[in-house]
Design a protein around this ligand. Structure first.
Ligand SMILES: [Zn+2]
Length: 151
């Protein structure tokens, strides 16, 4: 058996085992070879890499092993951009607004009622508090949180 490193029209690399050089040529000519990654039948030898193998190692005459998996990222570009945007928004708010902590619902109401000087504030509110504020017409917005913020 001879091992050839093969490549397809889209430059995917994979291995194929053949009885002989003529066996490869014959299979390629008849379009029996195809890329395991994209299915392209335009397969050619990338590099001569003959190697010996015993018959028991190789079940088929043209066993093509898929190339190692591509590295993958967990976060898509789109998610990354969105996350960066949210982070920027949050940083803008925390830089320009006053942190009133747990007093947020109280202060937000006072500002809304014009009892105190209007300003941007941020702080903590429970879901119920935020909902109550929204129902009273107080313009509150949730700030995006990130898993690495801690609590
Ligand atoms: Zn391919």
């Amino acid at each position: 058996m001879i091992r050839y490193q093969l490549t397809c029209a889209a430059a995917h690399g994979f291995d194929g085992w053949f009885r002989s050089s003529a066996d490869f040529d014959g299979q390629a000519e008849r379009g029996l070879l195809s890329c395991p990654a994209c299915g392209s039948a335009e397969v050619r030898k990338a590099l001569m890499a003959p190697a010996l193998a015993t018959a028991s190692d190789v079940p088929g005459p043209a066993l093509a092993a898929p190339s190692p998996a591509e590295p993958v990222t967990l976060v898509s570009e789109k998610d990354r951009a969105l996350r960066a945007m949210l982070r920027e928004l949050r940083e803008h708010v925390t830089r320009t607004a006053e942190d009133v902590g747990d007093r947020f619902p109280e202060v937000a109401r006072q500002i809304h009622a014009e009892e105190i000087e209007p300003r941007s504030v941020y702080g903590r509110a429970t879901f119920e508090e935020a909902k109550a504020l929204a129902e009273e017409g107080v313009p509150v917005h949730p700030l995006p949180r990130f898993p690495d913020d801690g609590n």
